[in-house]
Ligand binder design. Sequence first.
Ligand SMILES: Cc1cc2nc3c(=O)[nH]c(=O)nc-3n(C[C@H](O)[C@H](O)[C@H](O)COP(=O)(O)OP(=O)(O)OC[C@H]3O[C@@H](n4cnc5c(N)ncnc54)[C@H](O)[C@@H]3O)c2cc1C
Length: 286
Amino acid sequence: MRYVVAKDSRDAVALLKGSDNARLLAGGTDVLVQMKLGLKTPDLLIDIKSIDGFSDISSEKNGFRIGAAVSGAQMGEHADLKAMWPGVVEAVELIGSTQVQGRATMVGNLCNGSPAGDAVPAMMTAGAMARIEGAEGSRDILVADLLESPGKTKLGKAELISSIFLPVRTQHASDAYLRFIPRTEMDIAVASAGVSLELDENGNIEIASVALGAVAPTAVFVPSAAEALIGTKLDEQALAACAVACEAACNPIDDKRGTVEFRTKVAGVMATRAAKIAYSRAGGLL
Ligand SMILES: Cc1cc2nc3c(=O)[nH]c(=O)nc-3n(C[C@H](O)[C@H](O)[C@H](O)COP(=O)(O)OP(=O)(O)OC[C@H]3O[C@@H](n4cnc5c(N)ncnc54)[C@H](O)[C@@H]3O)c2cc1C
């Protein structure tokens, strides 16, 4: 196996193109564990941490650009990013321990392709865009459109993500992410929910987005749950309708960590609780 430090995106793309079984190394908290367990045996490991800009969070005119090698810890320390997208940051900060936080990236979480990846539902409801580098140059695509199946994204063989873009939002908007785990930390979500809301001046929900994690082969949007919230001040009826819609969208596996029935029920509970947090953060009064 070879280990190469990529000089820039073009170099990384060329290395990916020239290999049958390469893996990118961002934080390594998934890929190195998989290699140690013998689940992945790449012939080439391409370290992307030294590429210019990959470890930066930069403020752009219309939002924040977060480099593909930015760690969870870096995101948690960025006050402006945290103020604008608290749900995305709290989702990333749930990943692993303090040690894992110093390395794990939001992009690695997405590209590992786990249906339970914590950052993914939050990125989806945020309308996050991934900048993809390939042999033909760069393109931007919604994170939600990259999801394919467990362990797989729609990225091509010789493509990588260089950054994630989170758009600016109004003062009366916010988001939240919650997951259920059997332990207090360091566990994989049994069911999770991301909710993003935008309110009008009177506290009515104008725009809503709801996504669930760990209850289907990939994280999923639940448009009917979002619709149940729009036009309301998050009254009990709206919350109940949101929960029912979330339950209907679930197609989970049955395993020792949670039965189908349990995961389905909990998904609705997580979504309504996350909606309440997002609503308060956006300035709504419950
Ligand atoms: C102790 C421990 C606890 C954990 N807890 C959690 C948890 O609570 N929640 C959770 O969701 N996950 C958890 N994880 C899993 C892991 O930490 C996360 O998924 C993390 O976000 C992966 O990021 P990374 O930068 O380390 O990815 P890496 O391991 O570097 O890469 C992961 C995959 O993504 C690909 N990849 C990386 N960067 C790119 C890129 N720029 N473009 C295209 N493909 C890329 C790699 O080829 C690889 O296949 C845990 C892991 C450990 C070891």
